[in-house]
Design a binder for this molecule. Structure first.
Ligand code: 13P
Length: 246
């Protein structure tokens, strides 16, 4: 289960959340791998709190390149040095508001791997695409860009999150069986380039996941976990979703 905090929580709030999670987890054996993705500015502080725990740290985006005259950019190497081991790429908010194209998302997957980060690549159709029956063609186009830009080595380290844009932050969720079919399609497409590894690539569902509906997605055979936004911001709800609530 991956918590994507987006542009929420100050450094202090992020640190306090991480400290509380580590305290509450104690020695518990987790049913799922947990990854927390705070803002870039809180990565280091959260990473320090997570040392010695099984909760892992991820970033929300990376820029291409290693270092250079790129004002405001943050490379995968810097994210790794700050403690991140995972990075979200191609989130629909990046595609929508920051102009991340399909090809750039593929390049970022390749760059993540170069920087020793594991990429969490997001795909998903918009509300219009969904209404007009273009879901499969959009997902196909987005996955094809990953296959075109990233090497088999990079693809083997991938997690894919299927996040329908219309489900993000809306309270609306797709039929879990349809989400499962799309997860199966994603895996099938990955098999074109990594036939032996595709069955083991984790495919997650994301979009308005909460403790109330997470199980209906996790029950699906092709869905291995969840990428959670709003519901991951509260410790109690986070623990409930991770199946370790008191
Ligand atoms: P919500 O869980 O708030 O709908 O956000 C989903 C998401 O975009 C996670 O990356």
């Amino acid at each position: 289960m991956i918590a994507n905090w987006k542009m929420h929580k100050t450094v202090d709030e992020s640190r306090a959340f991480a400290r509380e999670i580590v305290r509450r987890l104690g020695q518990a054996t987790l049913p799922h791998q947990l990854i927390i993705c705070p803002t870039a500015i809180s990565l280091w502080a959260v990473g320090q709190e997570l040392i010695g725990s099984s909760v892992m740290l991820g970033a929300q985006n990376l820029d291409l390149g290693r270092e250079g005259a790129l004002t405001g950019a943050i490379s995968g190497y810097l994210l790794h040095e700050a403690g991140a081991r995972w990075v979200i790429v191609g989130h629909s908010e990046r595609r929508q508001f920051f102009g991340d194209s399909d090809a750039l998302v593929g390049q970022k997957v390749a760059q993540a791997w170069e920087s020793h980060l594991r990429p969490i690549a997001c795909v998903g159709e918009s509300r219009d695409d969904y209404r007009e029956g273009r879901t499969i063609s959009v997902i196909t186009r987005q996955i094809e860009a990953l296959l075109a830009e990233a090497s088999p080595e990079a693809l083997r380290t991938l997690i894919v999150a299927y996040e329908p844009v219309w489900a993000i932050g809306s309270g609306a969720v797709p039929d879990p069986v349809q989400a499962n079919d799309l997860a199966a399609l994603i895996r099938q497409m990955l098999a074109q380039k990594i036939p032996d590894d595709a069955p083991n690539i984790p495919v997650l569902y994301g979009g308005s996941v909460s403790s109330k509906n997470i199980q209906q997605f996790l029950r699906q055979p092709h869905i291995d976990g969840a990428l959670v936004g709003g519901a991951s911001l509260q410790v109690e709800e986070f623990l409930k979703m991770a199946d370790i609530g008191s």
